[in-house]
Design a protein around this ligand. Sequence first.
Ligand code: HPA
Length: 265
Amino acid sequence: MNNEAAQMLRATGRRPRIAVLLGSGWAPLAQRVADPLRLPYASLPGFPQTGIAGHAGELLLGRIGAHEVAVLCGRRHAYEGGDVAAMKGAIDALAAAGVQTLVQTNAAGSLDETMRPGELMMVADHLNLVQHSPLVGERGAARFVDLRDAYDPALRTQAREAARRAGITLHEGVYAWVLGPQFETPAEIRMLQRLGAQAVGMSTVPETILARHAGLRVLAFSLFTNMGCGLQAEALSHAHTLAVAGDSAPLAVALLEAVITALPA
Ligand code: HPA
């Protein structure tokens, strides 16, 4: 629970039912939010400090289509200081303020030759390879969260349909969470392929666990910025991630708008 921030959110008079967490490359969605109220994370108790290029650290309350939304511009990653529960205060506050669905986004490396840089994947399931939990220290039976349907099957069906109607190719696969911030070795990429993952990235999984713990339904989308290390000739860098993500942002934003518009009220 994060009641102090939840009360501040409620006091705005806005009533978002959907929260959207914008990762690397997805930030331009923020410009599509109608009638935005901007709240810096620093003004909201329990919200994280963010320090990564391309991650603003601001909560927007506004509308996308007919939906009231809360858009989290930026996350704090576990590799920024080692706190895997860095987003707990924000997610708990949004849940307490009435949010029911969390739509997550990230940049990822592709482990599958058929999923190319610049393309999009909906997360069907994940591998928590960090083997740490943001729920360590929680009490009570609620901490034993069932993750069978972590990425909500009914919402995924709706998202798949929305992408098809919008003419956007949307892959589907397993996202493997690694701590980072270093990229993987070629041997690690081969391992991840054998483990059955299609995407690798440094985020999303802890927030999914936190969101399920808070009772939220979850959707997550990856924008492939590169093939996994060793699968392409080009060297990997954060600048490269942001450059490819920037080029693909219009497609990513179109997907999110189509998906969010199609979500139930
Ligand atoms: N590995 C891990 N995280 C990433 C990658 C990658 O190749 N690309 C974008 N985020």
